[in-house]
Structure formats: C-alpha cells, structure tokens
Design a protein around this ligand. Structure first.
Ligand SMILES: NC(=O)c1ccc[n+]([C@@H]2O[C@H](COP(=O)([O-])OP(=O)(O)OC[C@H]3O[C@@H](n4cnc5c(N)ncnc54)[C@H](OP(=O)(O)O)[C@@H]3O)[C@@H](O)[C@H]2O)c1
Length: 277
C-alpha cells in the first residue's frame, strides 16, 4: 500500500511514520512541501498513492484567531488541494479533524453524528476542511481527535511541564473539559481503521474525559511534581473562545471494528514511560 502522510513532522505525523513504517510512504511537510500551493497536487499524484492521511494543519488555536486568512488557507484550501489530488489518482483520503468543530454546550460527550457548530476560527476552518472533503470525495474517512500530545510536540503536557520547571504555583482552568489523546494511540487506531474501506466519520480519543485542571494534576503526579501548588481557576485570558465541554465519544469504530483507545490516564502514564526509554 502506498501512503502519503501530510504534516509528517507534526505530533501525529511522526507517530504515523512509526506505525505505518512497513508501507510505502511519501512524507509531506513544510518547508519542502506546502499543501496550500497548487503544485502539491502534481507532487503527490506522481507518487500514485492508494491513501493520503492528511494531518497537516495550522493547529495554533489562538494563532488562527489572530490570522483567519492563514487558518483558512492551510486548513481549508490546503485540504481542498489534497482532496483534488486524491480524486486525480483515485486514492482514499483520511482527513484528521478536531473536537473544536463542536460548540461545547451539549453537556455530554459528542458522538460522530452530532451537529458541528464551531465557535472559533480554528474550528470553523477545520469544519470547512471536513465539508470540502465530503463534497469532493466518496472514499474519505474523517477522524476527529482532541487535546493531542506526543513526544517533542507543542501541547498541553509540554506546556505544564515547562511551567512547572520555573514556577512554584500554576493556575489551570476547571471549566474546559475534553478528551486528552496520546498521538501514538491515535496513530495505532488509524493504522487499524485503514484496513476497512468503510468511509465515514470517526471519533478517536483516549477513553474518558477530564478538565484541564484534572489533566494538569495527573501530569504533575506522573512527573513527580505533585508538591507544586495547583490553583483552580474558572477563566483563562486567551484570544480564541474554545468549547467548554467538547469531550468526544468513539461509538462508530468501537462497535463496528472493535477499535478503541485505552483510558486517558493509562495513555498519559505511557507517555511518561516512553519519555524514560
Ligand atoms: N494538537 C491538537 O491538540 C489537535 C486536536 C484535535 C485535532 N488535531 C488535528 O490533528 C492533526 C495533527 O495535529 P498535530 O498536533 O500533529 O499538529 P502539529 O504537531 O502542529 O503538526 C502539523 C504539521 O503540519 C505542518 N504544516 C502546517 N502547515 C502546512 C502546510 N501549509 N503544508 C504542509 N505542512 C504544513 C506543520 O508544520 P509547521 O510546524 O512548520 O507549521 C506541522 O509539522 C491536525 O489536522 C489537527 O488539526 C490536533
């Protein structure tokens, strides 16, 4: 199987390279390959892929708010270029999307068929990507994930560890709830999903949900820094408005193929174990 991974140097892209290493891979990322440039269509088509896993995105949520044009250029126009390539060479597409397509008001975890209603630029630009790939392709998986973290990435775990190295006290919000997801677990689930040509929308997150505060508490515990003072706050000043409760539930892949991801606490423990090895 010939597979293109876009965003190959990102958190998910690196984890995907590990789990898909036995396949014939072509890697796309900046600066060599820019999905917003039209010539990417020819570059990818030349490789004649069977599948493109499109993980490249502008993922800085506040950055998207600051610069909506760039957000839509990367997350929507870039996605359209990738989808056009797939049409051209009859390849399937797996588009990685986000919990931020939801508004966070449901009061319980979002299921695959719940209606998106994004409240920030990042969410709107990623939803635009979803709509484009659905319009342009039939052989197309949409995999939504959330609160992604992996070794060496820019993510909440790294941020808490960085702050903990310099401060005695941290303030973290209790009012934002989500589903932390370890990139290697997501990559492993994707590797299993692509064995089934059942093109649909899937929610892949580590099982369970927590607030940012609970997540930070566990991060400090596993890092051996429970002594640090962790203060509960209700508000955190930032540019983007993010959903209050955008936890996701995996019902589709779990019932159809038995693909599930372990509970988030176990995954976080594995992240720290992997750091030590
Ligand atoms: N991170 C999360 O919490 C989260 C949550 C839900 C869903 N997701 C989705 O999951 C996917 C993977 O996320 P991630 O955390 O692995 O992201 P990431 O670490 O930010 O990686 C994204 C990669 O895409 C590259 N990229 C950006 N613009 C590009 C362009 N125009 N052409 C080619 N490559 C480009 C980035 O390069 P630069 O670093 O040089 O910009 C980066 O290497 C994304 O689609 C994201 O929307 C992420």
């Amino acid at each position: 199987m010939r597979v293109v991974i876009t965003g190959a140097r990102g958190q998910l892209g690196r984890a995907l390279q590990e789990v898909l290493q036995r396949l014939d891979l072509f890697l796309v990322d900046l600066p060599e390959h820019d999905v917003t440039e039209r010539r990417i269509v020819g570059t990818i088509a030349e490789f004649q892929p069977d599948l493109v896993v499109h993980a490249a995105a502008m993922t800085d949520v506040d950055g998207c708010e600051r610069d909506p044009d760039s957000a839509f250029k990367v997350n929507a126009v870039g996605t359209r270029n990738v989808a056009d390539t797939c049409r051209l060479c009859d390849a399937a597409l797996l588009y990685v999307s986000t919990d931020y397509v939801f508004d966070g008001t449901k009061g319980e975890p979002y299921l695959e068929l719940d209606e998106p209603n994004p409240i920030c630029v990042y969410g709107r630009s990623k939803l635009a990507g979803e709509l484009l790939v659905r319009d342009l392709l039939t052989d197309c998986y949409i995999v939504r994930t959330a609160w992604l973290y992996g070794q060496g990435g820019r993510n909440f775990v790294a941020k808490i560890l960085e702050l903990a190295a310099h401060r005695d006290e941290l303030s973290v919000v209790t009012t934002e709830v989500g589903s932390p997801t370890y990139a290697p677990d997501l990559a492993a689930a994707i590797a299993r999903l692509i064995e089934y040509p059942l093109y649909d929308t899937y929610h892949f997150v580590n099982e369970g949900s927590c607030s940012r505060f609970e997540f930070a508490e566990r991060i400090l515990e596993f890092a051996g820094k429970s002594h640090l003072a962790l203060r509960r706050v209700e508000h955190y000043e930032r540019l983007a408005t993010v959903p209050a409760n955008a936890a996701l539930r995996n019902t589709s892949a779990s019932t159809r193929f038995g693909i599930t991801l372990r509970p988030w606490q176990e995954a976080l423990r594995a992240y720290f174990d992997d750091l030590d090895n």
